[in-house]
Design a protein. Sequence first.
Length: 135
Amino acid sequence: FFRLLKRLGAEEVHGVDLDSKALIDARKKTEVDPANIYNCKVEDLPSNLDSFFDYAAILNFSLGGEEDRKKAVDGIVGVLKPNGRILATFTTLDELRDYSSEINQHFSTRYASLINGSGELDSAPHRYVMHGIRK
């Protein structure tokens, strides 16, 4: 997705993940500076990134319980500039619903289903999308 983000106009792209394979793969991408790849949770990003980003894309947003969701959303809010935007994808409608209350506290949002129908794509990691603007 780094290439897509650059083509859409991102001047600088950063990546955050806890998955070591995803981090290794991300550091190989020419569209991102390896120094901008972080092995941490979003809420643990360095403070120099506070209010730094115009846009956050969270692909396959899925965490544990309510406390983890709140910390993650608060972390995203912390790194976004005022009026910053968030794009998040979810595998299931239940996951999207689980995040809705935390996200709606900080963002004006819109939701959509990316895949309609039945079949193998119904469990795709990007089945539902949420877009929001920081309040």
